[in-house]
Write a protein that binds this ligand. Sequence first.
Ligand code: ADP
Length: 432
Amino acid sequence: MLSVLTRFFVIICVAFVLAFTTLSLWGGQWAIAVGISVISIPLVYAYINLARLRKYILADSVESMPLPSGFWEEVFFRLQRLVRNLKQHIRSIEQQHEHFIEAFQASPNGIVMLDESDQIEWCNSIAERFFGLIFKRDVMQRINFLIRRPEFIQYLNKRNFDEPLLMERMGRDGSLSLMLQAFPFGQKRHLLLVQDVTDLQKADAMRRDFVANVSHEMRTPITVLMGFLETVQSLELKKDQQDQYFAMMMSQAQRMKSLVEDLLTLANLESNALPATNTVVKVETLMALLKNDAEALSQGKHAFTFDLNSKCNLLGDEREILSAFSNLVSNAIRYTPDIGSIRVEWSVNEQGQGEFSVADTGPGIASEHLSRLTERFYRVDRSRSRDTGGTGLGLAIVKHIANRHQAQLVIESTPGRGSKFMLRFPKDRVTS
Ligand code: ADP
């Protein structure tokens, strides 16, 4: 292909030759006319091609533009390649941008990007939910106009983002606790990261309550025990008085022992592996053990019925199942007044579920307490529970064991008439 200068030189030469020939044949004016005409031909061609180029550029279809021949072919071809490369580059940048957005959207945390004036440049859908924002509506709005909580505005104004900020009662229904921290990036911009810490906060509160409860439960018998010890030490007591004091001290020590045992049982239940699904637990054997223990605990004060209505057995952990069953039986004995009756039953229902139930004719429980009975240290009547040697952890243990066996704890009770506690095991846990 000829270079531009060569082409230009050829055209000038042709114009000269033709003008010179015309000059010798027809005179000066004709020679100028012919020379200009020859030089104008490439200019007209260039104009036509520039007009075409303009048309394709305006229609954004440079890539599909048909190539002219000659010098302009190279110009068009290079332009097309340039546009194609540029578009490809833009597309890959857009794809990268989309990937970043998708990654930020997939984050379980709220993310808000703020510019140097704290205007929202971008936020993900979690942040929209946390703060009630709508990105399309709130983009480029100052965030302190949208989140009006004083502690947040103070945090932003202070410009010291070393520590996170805890915001409670957030979300549409005020049930969320959010931990938020701003991180500087780029040119005085900030990335706001927001984490939902509602469950962590709840777990922390539960842990604090639990420690306070355990301390309280332990302090009472220890104080009583120390009081007795001081009395025994400082007073001259007769043998029968001493025996009386020792018996009372023993009962306080027993109370502490039961509490520690129940706490250990709960801790073990929380840390142990889930019970096996293939170990057979013979319900008939459990019922015999329960009957012996119940009669010993009741000392003939209650009338018992033990009904083994099914020969089916359970699959699970024998120690755990026995612990759950005996907790229910001992509760029935402890809360049912003397001469009351207690019925312990094992059966398999029409759906194939195993049902272990303990029904008593005790005082019953008012309906407002039923949903809270399995909470640790929850008692309907504090003094009655203590009098009967209760730790307030029995039903929490039962519920835990039930969950570990995918069983359901069903409680029915009528104040003044009695209660029925039932453990319903799924069909998969029942075996022949
Ligand atoms: P506790 O060691 O105090 O018995 P539990 O967790 O076993 O603790 O029971 C929680 C509360 O449920 C008891 O304090 C008692 O008020 C009530 N409760 C449990 N079983 C019975 C029952 N059979 N009859 C009446 N109340 C009961």
